[in-house]
Design a protein. Sequence first.
Length: 147
Amino acid sequence: MVILTMLLVGFNSSNMKYILDTHALIWFLEGNSRLGVTAKEILSDSSSELILPAIALAESVWIVSRGKTAIPSVDALLNVVRQDKRVSIYPLDTDVIVKSVELISINEMHDRQIVSTALVIEQQGNQVAILSCDQNICAVNLVRIVW
């Protein structure tokens, strides 16, 4: 798996909105060493603005409910997300769905919707970067990737 790290040269990272993919959320909460150094720094920074696509949250709930993580329960996951004031859950709305239909180069529906969320937020005039090491997301090169 290729791990990408992007240097945010020329960008004001204080205005950056970071879009979380499922791995970033789960691995950060687990303290998993597979989480990229830069992603860990961003997720640990109390001033980071974090956007959690609803689809990434749903996928995380599914994974936790199947016992595939060190996170003890779905309630524990949801409590952490709800209590973290930096986190905004972005809905799976028609803008995201319409944009995802255009991303035919991404095989996985979840990955399409994560990238689509980032593109929709970017089109609203925001600087965005996705916290991801997922090959499907990284390979399309449509949005800044941080890992």
